[in-house]
Ligand binder design. Structure first.
Ligand code: SAH
Ligand code: SF4
Length: 423
């Protein structure tokens, strides 16, 4: 199947989108209160602030404005004042890859914060029947060192800001042309049906609960009904098990939760997910049982990476079922995605199926998806660092809106990202 980029769905004006400058503050990622204070700071009268915040919010998150010029209901002089003080520019898209099945992967470069260097992260979009899921990063690298995860071999460079987390969603919408035409019919709100980016998973680089404040702020903005308006039931935060923040995630963010479990015994989980030494299975599962809002309609997903002869025996499967007893849960079996230098192999298809049978027999739907095509270089747990750099010629083509690189999609990535949250 040929890949085509549907330019008709691209937001206008066509051509390069302004890039995020290092110094100018962005209004993206600010709470309404912060934005109000920023507007007061440039002399906008207090009595206008609420209205202006509402307008700007709408332009940024509903319309996808990348410059103040687009804000036709804001006076020209004020637009110029705003443009002097703030930016709405996007990060640089270093590469964009599109696979035959529509999976897209962007390598984004953010300017330095303070004395730091520019950083790069990856964001992946996975379209499925009736929905599209964006896999978003929360950190550059990770402080944790899960032994099967490539991101874990990269030391943390820094936390992403709320702006940078949201920018990943905005860039995806830009590139997919995910802007509704008929806003009049919905009172200026993004309709819940027919969206290309309909679901979010915090399963890119990093441990979101080690960047709790920025992740919380970004997800509350992403689920704001007057903005991006994503349903909290379509947003899933994945954690390796930072127990003290699990309850706060439910109470303060209210999204769906996924736990990277991967082992059913502490001795093995200590090796696979070393954070287990700090927060062992007993504490982790207790935090899950107490997750605010948990019900049969709102289950926790337990991620289980299938590592050949390590955690994939039938005894492991039975223990998994026993451990999760009483927790409204889904189980997601993820085929291990090998990376150069990794010490594990992916379980054979027979072993995965046998494992899944035990889990299914206990009443859990545990979707494992058939491999489709060969891996592209980036994958869950190996995001960013192995990415192929786009040659200058391709980058120019991307800027000009021409057909970008084509790649096979990564089936393990799809298995991890797909199927989370409501349809
Ligand atoms: N840090 C968070 C979220 C990012 S990782 C967490 O650990 O939950 C997203 C998922 O990918 C996690 O379940 C993680 O364990 C899994 N993962 C990491 N490396 C992988 C690999 N090489 N193959 C398959 N899954 C992997
Ligand atoms: Fe970090 Fe998650 Fe990878 Fe563990 S699996 S090293 S927590 S990104």
């Amino acid at each position: 199947m040929a890949v085509t980029l549907d330019l008709s769905r691209r937001p206008s004006p066509a051509g390069p989108v302004p890039r995020m400058p290092a110094e100018t503050p962005s209004l993206v990622g600010m709470t309404r209160e912060e934005m109000g204070a920023a507007l007061v700071g440039i002399g906008i009268p207090e009595r206008q602030v609420r209205m202006r915040v509402g307008q700007i919010w709408h332009w940024i998150y509903v319309r996808g404005a990348t410059s103040f010029d687009a804000m036709t209901n804001v006076a020209k002089e004020l637009r110029a004042i705003l443009a002097d003080a703030f930016t709405l520019a996007r990060p640089e898209i270093v590469t964009e890859q599109i696979s035959r099945d529509g999976t897209r992967k962007w390598l984004l470069r953010f300017p330095p914060r303070g004395a730091g260097r520019p950083v790069e992260i990856e964001t992946v979009y996975i379209p499925e029947e009736g929905r599209g899921t964006l896999c978003v990063s929360s950190q550059v690298g990770c402080t944790l060192t899960c032994s099967f995860c490539h991101t874990g071999t990269q030391t943390l460079v820094r936390n992403l800001t709320a702006e940078e987390i949201l920018a990943q969603i905005l860039v995806a919408r830009d590139r997919l042309g995910d802007y509704p035409n008929a806003l009049q019919a919905t009172d200026g709100r993004i309709p819940s049906e027919g969206r290309l980016v309909s679901n979010i998973v915090m399963m890119g680089m990093g441990e979101p609960l080690y960047n709790f404040d920025a992740v919380k702020q970004a997800l509350l903005i992403a689920t704001d009904g007057d903005g991006l308006s994503l349903s909290k039931r379509r947003v899933t935060l994945s954690t390796s098990g930072v127990v003290p923040y699990i309850g706060r995630t439910g109470a303060e963010i209210g999204t769906m939760l996924a736990i990277s479990l991967h082992a059913v015994r502490d001795d093995l989980r200590d090796i696979l997910v070393p954070l287990n030494k700090k927060y062992p299975l007993k504490d982790l599962l207790a935090a899950c049982r107490a997750y605010p809002g948990l019900s049969n309609a709102r289950r926790i997903t337990f991620e289980y990476v299938m590592l050949d002869e390590i955690n994939d025996s039938l005894a492991d499967a039975r223990e998994l079922v026993r451990l999760l007893k009483g927790i409204p849960a889904k189980i997601n079996l993820i085929p291990f995605n090998p990376w150069p230098g990794s010490n594990y192999g992916c379980s054979s298809w027979d072993r995965i199926e046998a494992f899944a049978e035990v889990v299914n027999a206990a009443g859990y739907a545990s979707p494992i998806r058939t491999p489709r095509g060969r891996d592209i270089l980036a994958a869950c747990g190996q995001l960013k660092s192995e990415s192929e750099r786009m040659r200058k010629r391709d980058r120019d083509a991307l800027d000009a809106g021409a057909l970008p690189l084509e790649a096979e999609s990564d089936w393990a990535m799809r298995a991890m990202v797909a199927g989370h949250g409501e349809d």
